[in-house]
Ligand binder design. Structure first.
Ligand SMILES: NC(=O)c1ccc[n+]([C@@H]2O[C@H](COP(=O)([O-])OP(=O)(O)OC[C@H]3O[C@@H](n4cnc5c(N)ncnc54)[C@H](OP(=O)(O)O)[C@@H]3O)[C@@H](O)[C@H]2O)c1
Length: 268
């Protein structure tokens, strides 16, 4: 889909991949709607976009709350109309073993990203279907393809995002609405500061794969929308890992597990 002139909604736009994607969408000619909880951080992104002569609106909301999603999506529709492009990017979740994860935190990890992506899509999809146009990008990670130790609820939530994306694409088969799934390795975003104890649990195997910046992720997302890609996998070394996985799934999964984080005896 051509981005120029389109209304683009980006969730989780107050930092990292979301903030960079909002700016990249503006560069490509889009008008952007930003969603996230932290107002000050959103204001900063708004001011950067405004300085670059971009058109931007921001809503400070907690997307873990389904009622809030209903309210804010109505407000957006009344003020700006239905977005042409939705980037479901809001996400959080600490990397923890099952026994370190409280049931409450496990539910929170499903609330955002998975239910937030589902609910935002659910709110805007009827008009997209009526128009028979639109594009939805769901941001996940290699954690929706492989698994490793010490990140159980995080990984389950990313598999949910991937399952939702594939099923949505099946729902929309025959329509002109595009669906893209984004999966990358480590991005140098504030994610690791926001989700403590996670960084140290990245499997050692990932050291072979270069980290990417939020800007690189954002550029890949813009290209993915423009080219109606089904799947974005970056960087190249990660693509190579996917090809290897397609041929030898057991070997790649074994390496992920073998080089993954191990607790010392008695450590919690
Ligand atoms: N960093 C990586 O290595 C990496 C790699 C692949 C995929 N990803 C995925 O990319 C997505 C974005 O992550 P990031 O790396 O850009 O991390 P980040 O800098 O921590 O950004 C997360 C964004 O989600 C928002 N968010 C979190 N909970 C929210 C809630 N309840 N309601 C509304 N907004 C919420 C945050 O805003 P507020 O705190 O202001 O609400 C923030 O804008 C995540 O789903 C992550 O799993 C990350």
């Amino acid at each position: 889909m051509r981005i120029n002139g389109k209304l683009v909604l980006v969730s989780g736009a107050s930092s990292g991949i979301g903030a960079a994607t909002a700016k990249a969408m503006v560069k490509a000619g889009g008008r952007v709607v930003l969603l996230a909880r932290r107002k000050e951080a959103l204001d900063q992104v708004v001011s950067e976009i405004t300085c670059a002569d971009g058109q931007v609106w921001a809503y400070s909301v907690d997307l873990a709350d389904a009622d809030v999603v209903t309210t804010v999506t109505k407000q957006i529709t009344e003020k700006l109309g239905t977005p042409d492009i939705i980037i479901n990017n809001a996400g959080a979740g600490r990397w923890l073993f099952v026994d370190e994860t409280s049931p409450v935190e496990a539910v929170e990890m499903m609330a955002v990203p998975y239910f937030a992506a589902f609910n935002v899509t659910h709110a805007f999809l009827p008009v997209m279907l009526m128009r028979n146009s639109g594009h939805i990008v769901n941001i996940s990670s290699v954690g929706s393809r492989f698994v490793w130790p010490g990140a159980t609820a995080y990984l389950a939530a990313r598999w949910a995002v991937r399952g939702f994306t594939e099923a949505l694409r099946a729902d929309l088969a025959g329509s002109a609405i595009g669906v893209t799934l984004y999966e990358s390795g480590v991005v140098t975003s504030p994610y690791w500061k926001h989700n403590l104890r996670s960084r140290e649990r990245v499997p050692k195997m990932a050291e072979l794969i270069p980290e990417i910046t939020p800007e690189q992720a954002a550029n890949a997302i813009v290209r993915g929308v423009e080219k109606n890609k089904r799947l974005i996998v970056i960087p190249f070394m990660m693509k190579l890992t996917y090809w290897l996985h397609a041929v030898f799934p057991g070997v790649v999964q074994w390496l992920m597990t073998k080089t993954g984080y191990r607790r010392m005896q008695g450590e919690k």
